[in-house]
Write a protein that binds this ligand. Structure first.
Ligand SMILES: Nc1nc2c(c(=O)[nH]1)N[C@H]1C(S)=C(S)[C@@H](COP(=O)(O)OP(=O)(O)OC[C@H]3O[C@@H](n4cnc5c(=O)[nH]c(N)nc54)[C@H](O)[C@@H]3O)O[C@H]1N2
Ligand SMILES: Nc1nc2c(c(=O)[nH]1)N[C@H]1C(S)=C(S)[C@@H](COP(=O)(O)OP(=O)(O)OC[C@H]3O[C@@H](n4cnc5c(=O)[nH]c(N)nc54)[C@H](O)[C@@H]3O)O[C@H]1N2
Ligand SMILES: [Mo]
Length: 823
């Protein structure tokens, strides 16, 4: 159930469930001749096509070769309103039309005038020129500087589809031609996915939690701790089934008690009529300790569960009681940090042990400095409550993501094109080059500090010296922190190649920009439901590629051709050949499982969807029930086989910023923290009407922008103190940078906290000058670019403080939603 590949270079711990899930995707069938006629693979004539996206399956209406309307698939129980932006993403003015090369690069060569990166001075070239240039640069840089000088972690959300997975494809090309430096982990759960294997023996964050029907039936209380499932379940890494909304609706109708612990009164909180507790951001660790302390001192904890199923509570206890550091982690102590009255914290402790309680957490809290601690502490709390493995009890880390908790169907798992990594196993450069892979969010650190040693999860490695970056299907100039530092870092590389279909800030900062197709301009195949895996869907091409766009597969195959590896890259198959092969593999699995699937031709020529049954057993799934029933026969994958509240492995690493049991440590900066230089916390949640930066370039933007800019939620009191009214253009700033935004004055956010969602397009007033004002509102101009700790080195996108003022001058026009001139 992994969203993204697990850490590769740094051998991870036991990952039982992960291995189980991916085993099915192993062996591929034999190479099949492409059986479909070209006619079938062409885009639809006038009519309707069923296809899929990160926002759901939908029917597109085609007239005169253009998509003219979009409507959700009838079987989607809760379609996302974002679908309306999907059509526009094909035709928006931000579309990249032609291959383009930065003028200075083209005229003066690699690395020339790096300060003009991002300034928009591009020259149109032909496809042949562009592809020759890419092949030439890969060859040159490998020859002169070796394979570790090429970085192609290429992190990002791209589009669903088992073939046109552009990240796998670029890695495939580079693996087959001599290697490169990759990245491991992701921005979503960077901290949790590294610590959870130490604590629970699995990645945990991408695993199926106790399913919604069980929660609705058995939980007496559901606590959403830093989670907004109504907002974030809209999307899926695959094609979302939206089964979580069925669960959320049933939960609402059940009238059960729900508490949302969040600095913002979220859509989930409003929808469920939940109680709202709003701690200061980045202080939940202290609040959880206060709850745990209350449980312990009031003897409300389940000692027998701790004895039978956990390791190391006795070593954590002196810290909790203050015996070891003279600071009892009492509710009063916690209250002074998190800003929630001690009585509320104590009351919360008493309420969570009163009946069956599900502690459901999102991921924002681990996208903060020392983010490793938070889910470790949540697990510790759940262990003290003693309901892990019982129906409706325990904890869940994916109720908010890709419809976790939607019961899993009995069906096949589609294989996908491989990144070719098997081809380089044991390659000499892996040893010679030092770092074969960096923790994903350390990319700017890597560029700034070639040759520097860094820590990661018990290992040490050296940052390589990067000369060339290849990025397909991600928007690092949206997703990475501290934009101004990043702009400077990217000036150090000689060559930056990007494929995208829209003029993101990343594309604008590239040297060679290649126009990719959207998934609606090519054929693919994908599953519906990341956790449910309820259907296989043909992602049929809806329209022919616009302008000169080509699929990443075709682009990279053409580069491979120039490097002499085309056959290895394509394995002699075209688009439909690959799709059929994936389908046939699934068909074989289905047979073994006793479920029916039509043959490929029937599938593709018909509606292009086949759904699988969901068993009663799947609807009754309780996470960790087997472990609870028999911890000896069903041990966890940790060294002790138990839940590790104390980790000897982490103890051995000896990190000052990640001790061996859950610990409150001051983050580098926080609201009202020691020496805080600014009065407001900036929270950077995921947007309701975008997928990160995707769809920001579409008409959907008109539905949420304020004064044409990214909204900034601000509490009434904070606004009043600054003379800010609803709709004003404001400047949000700190020592790292400054952005404009549009004020939304509200009482749905805790005083002292503002919110600007991640993913707003970076639009610097003076692109050649780092530090210049971002006109639209890219919040990552303001966030810190440090690792969560030496353990996980995750990103800290939710760590930032700053201030806001009314923007007194005439606000400059937003320009990022038009293509660069000549483009
Ligand atoms: N401050 C802060 N920062 C954050 C976060 C936060 O909470 N706070 N969240 C983080 C998280 S969890 C994540 S996952 C990241 C997300 O960061 P990204 O995944 O980089 O964000 P997206 O906007 O989804 O970027 C995907 C890009 O791929 C392009 N694309 C789509 N399909 C294709 C294709 O077929 N081919 C090619 N070549 N390109 C394609 C899209 O046009 C888009 O530009 O952001 C992280 N950044
Ligand atoms: N609509 C939409 N859905 C998405 C995405 C998207 O871009 N758009 N992105 C997808 C991806 S890639 C991911 S990784 C997931 C991300 O899922 P999450 O990481 O869970 O999402 P966030 O929006 O960052 O945060 C969830 C909630 O945490 C709250 N929060 C922030 N800081 C704190 C804190 O310090 N303490 C507490 N208690 N709460 C806090 C926020 O106010 C927000 O309501 O979402 C996925 N779903
Ligand atoms: Mo994410």
């Amino acid at each position: 159930m992994s969203k993204m590949s697990p850490p590769t270079a740094f051998a991870a711990q036991t990952r039982r469930t992960f291995l189980k899930a991916s085993a099915a995707a192993g062996a591929l069938g034999l190479v099949a001749p492409s059986l479909l006629s070209a006619g079938v693979a062409r885009a639809a004539e006038d009519g309707e096509v069923l296809t899929g996206s990160h926002w759901g399956a939908f029917r597109a209406t085609v007239k005169g070769g253009k998509m003219t309307a979009i409507k959700p698939w009838e079987k989607d129980p809760h379609p996302s309103h974002q679908l309306t932006g999907v059509m526009d993403s094909i035709y928006s003015p931000t579309r990249i039309k032609y291959p383009m090369v930065r003028r200075a690069f083209l005229e003066k060569g690699p690395g020339a005038s790096p300060e003009t990166r991002g300034a928009g001075d591009f020259v149109r070239v032909t496809w042949d020129q562009a592809l020759d240039l890419v092949a030439k640069e890969l060859t040159r840089v490998r020859k002169d500087h070796g394979p570790t000088s090429i970085f192609a972690g290429s992190y990002g959300w791209m589009s669903p589809g088992k073939l046109h997975n552009c990240r796998s494809l670029v890695r495939r090309l580079l693996n087959q031609t001599g290697g490169f430096v990759s990245s491991s982990g992701d921005y979503s759960t960077g901290a949790s996915q590294v610590i959870m294997p130490h604590v629970m023996g699995t990645l945990e964050v991408y695993e199926q939690p106790t399913v919604w029907p069980v929660v609705v039936e058995h939980s007496d209380l559901v606590v959403f701790w830093g989670a907004d499932p109504m907002t974030t379940n809209q999307i899926g890494w695959l094609i979302p089934d939206h089964g979580a909304y069925v669960g959320l609706k049933a939960l609402k109708e059940s009238g059960k008690k729900v508490i949302c612990i969040d600095p913002v009164r979220t859509e989930t909180c409003d929808y469920l009529g939940a109680e709202w507790i709003a701690p200061k951001p980045q202080t939940d660790m202290a609040m959880m300790l206060g709850v745990a302390h209350t449980l312990y001192t009031e003897k409300l904890h389940d000692q027998s569960f701790l004895d039978d199923y956990t390791f190391g509570f006795d070593r954590f206890l002196p810290y909790l009681t203050g015996e070891s550091d003279k600071t009892p982690k009492s509710a009063e102590w916690a209250s002074a940090i998190c800003g929630i009255p001690a009585e509320v914290i104590k009351d919360l402790a008493r309420r969570i042990v009163k009946g069956r309680t599900m502690l459901a957490s999102g991921w924002s809290m681990q996208r903060q400095h020392h983010g490793e601690q938070i889910h470790w502490m949540l697990v510790t709390l759940a262990s003290m409550v003693g309901q892990i493995g019982l129906p409706g009890g325990g904890f869940g880390l994916s109720y908010h993501y890709a419809n976790g908790g939607s019961p899993s169907a009995t069906g096949p798992v589609l294989p996908a094109i491989s990144d070719g990594s098997a081809a380089v196993k044991g390659a000499a450069w892996l040893a010679a080059g030092g770092a074969a892979s960096i923790p994903v969010a350390r990319v700017v650190d890597m560029l700034m500090n070639p040759g520097k040693e860094f820590d990661f999860n018990g290992t040490k490695a050296i940052y390589p010296d990067t000369k060339l970056i290849y990025w397909t299907g991600g928007n690092p100039f949206a997703h990475h922190q501290n934009r101004n530092r990043m702009v400077e870092a990217f000036r150090k590389v000689e060559t930056f190649i990007v494929h995208d279909f829209q003029w993101t800030a990343t594309a604008r900062h590239a040297d060679i920009v290649l126009p990719a197709t959207t998934s609606y301009e090519r054929n693919d195949i994908e599953q519906i439901g990341d956790y449910a895996l309820s259907s296989v869907l043909a992602m049929k091409k809806v329209v022919e590629p616009v302008f000169e766009a080509r699929s990443d597969f075709d682009i990279l195959a053409a580069v491979a051709e120039r490097l002499g590896t085309r056959d290895a890259f394509t394995e002699g198959k075209d688009e439909m050949g690959w799709i059929k092969e994936f389908y046939d593999n699934a068909l074989g699995q289905a047979k073994a499982k006793g479920v029916t699937m039509p043959d490929f031709e029937t599938f593709w020529k018909g509606e292009g969807v086949v759904s699988f049954p969901i068993s009663d057993e799947a609807k009754a799934f309780v996470r960790y029930s087997a472990f609870r029933e028999d911890p000896l026969l069903e041990p966890l994958g940790t060294p002790t086989g138990k839940i590790e509240i104390y980790s000897k492995n982490i103890e051995k690493m000896g990190y000052d910023d990640c001790p061996a049991h859950p610990t409150w440590m001051e983050p580098v900066e926080r609201l009202d923290g020691p020496g805080a230089k600014f009065p407001l916390h900036i929270t950077t949640s995921h947007p309701k009407s975008r997928l990160h930066s995707q769809l920001c370039g579409t008409k959907l933007r008109d539905s949420y922008t304020v004064a044409g800019r990214e909204p900034c939620l601000i509490n009434e009191a904070d606004a009043k103190a600054r003379g800010i009214s609803n709709g004003d253009v404001v400047r949000v700033f700190n020592d790292r940078g400054q952005i404009l935004a549009g004020a939304v004055v509200t009482n749905a956010i805790r005083p002292g906290v503002i919110r600007v969602n991640e993913g707003g397009w970076y639009d610097p007033t003076e692109p050649t000058k780092p530090g210049s004002l971002c006109k639209y509102g890219d919040v990552n101009v303001l966030t810190v670019d440090i690792g969560t700790s030496k353990l996980a080195q995750g990103n800290c996108g939710h760590t930032a403080i700053g201030d806001v003022e009314k923007y007194a001058e005439a606000a400059p026009a937003v320009t990022v939603f038009a293509a660069p001139k000549n483009a």
